[in-house]
Write a protein that binds this ligand. Structure first.
Ligand code: SER
Length: 357
């Protein structure tokens, strides 16, 4: 319904724009024909999301379906998600490591754009380095090679603030700087970035990427990241009134609300090709805060909330990452602008979660 509504609004705005311009009214007919043609071809532009049941994939699927129509977006994951999710549109079980499975689904639906969201995150990757390297790298190679072979047109591949390391300047980390990642996850993302740029330069593959900060959302829990505390804290604040944090109180990390992250993802994919000047991955910034600061913000809504700190192995990972990010290239090249700050995010998180927790 969203799709039909968006379409009507777009057509209405388009006609209005035409009427305001001084063109001859006879051209209006042609304008409408061109508009309808373009929209129908967009409808047929099929999108595949690999890793659609994860934290980002779930919301990305929802958003892309409301934008392009439910049948234009094929969700896939290694396992079936909730029945509600699986029944919300086309769904396929796809193992991102199985080249044939990925190729088959791409051919079956005549996919044009692939969003490769399957990955092992930082904390899990430290526990299973060989599998993390295998999954994070080979899934990317499969998709890059399918694009090289002309079977898909555009790829979105997420990178992360984890590409930076202990020798990187921490504050306002620039796009181009020292990058010596010290985690398994960071090493895989850094290598992936190099391969993306290489496939673009050598084979002309249209691959686009963002270095996501820690992502916070209410609809699907994150899995295995170092920034996960910033999601968990809201759940525990509502259910227990207290939270034991695995990072120390002054550990400042770059973060972002999921709504902003999804908007960034779709807008880098929608941008004209020539605007995407960086083909490794773009720095992207939203908000930076410490556990102490997020706790203080939660306390404004839940005055009795208390937090304690028991840092574990994830502290070392967090210590190797930036505190804040300079994303001026994304702002300049494709018009990025974040909307949510700590205050508005906290309000939105608590509102949504209190309905569900
Ligand atoms: N949120 C991710 C993690 O903590 C960083 O990309 O692993």
């Amino acid at each position: 319904e969203d799709y039909a509504f968006n379409l009507q609004t777009a057509l209405f705005e388009h006609v209005l724009g035409f009427l305001k311009s001084n063109q001859s009214k006879q051209n209006l007919f042609f304008e409408i024909v061109i508009f309808v043609r373009q929209k129908t071809s967009e409808m047929h532009a099929k999108i595949l999301i690999i890793g659609a049941c994860g934290q980002i994939g779930t919301e990305l699927t929802k958003k892309l379906r409301s934008q392009y129509g439910k049948d234009a977006v094929i969700a896939s994951d290694v396992r079936k998600g909730s029945p509600e999710f699986v029944n919300s549109g086309p769904f396929e079980v796809v193992n991102a490591l199985d080249f044939n499975q990925v190729e088959t689904v791409i051919e079956k639906y005549q996919i044009e754009d692939v969003y490769l969201m399957a990955a092992l995150l930082s904390a899990t990757a430290e526990k299973n380095p060989a599998f993390a390297w295998d999954l994070n790298m080979n899934s990317l190679f499969h998709v890059l090679n399918l694009a090289k072979a002309g079977k898909i047109k555009k790829i979105f591949w997420p990178s992360s603030i984890a590409v930076f390391g202990p020798t990187t300047p921490k504050d306002n980390t620039p796009q181009y700087t020292v990058m010596e990642p010290s985690t398994v996850y960071g090493i895989s993302k850094q290598s992936g970035e190099r391969w993306c740029e290489y496939y673009h330069n050598i084979f002309g593959v249209d691959v686009r990427s963002i270095r996501y900060p820690g992502l916070i959302s209410w609809s699907t829990p994150p899995g295995g990241g170092t920034t996960d505390y910033a999601v968990d804290i809201y759940y525990k604040a509502l259910s227990d009134g207290k939270y034991e944090c695995f990072l120390s109180e002054n550990t400042e990390l770059p973060m972002m609300y999921m709504d902003d992250a999804i908007r960034a993802t779709i807008s880098i994919m929608d941008a004209p090709k020539e605007n995407i000047k960086i083909r490794s991955s773009y720095n992207l910034a939203g908000i930076s805060f410490t556990p102490k600061e997020i706790a203080a913000e939660i306390k404004k809504h839940i005055p009795d909330f208390s937090i304690s700190y028991v840092p574990d192995f994830r502290q070392k990972i967090a210590d190797s990452w930036p505190s804040s990010i300079d994303d001026s290239y994304a702002r300049k090249d494709w018009g990025w602008k974040h909307e949510f700050d700590l205050e508005s995010m906290t309000k939105d998180m608590l509102e949504h979660l209190s309905e569900n927790v």
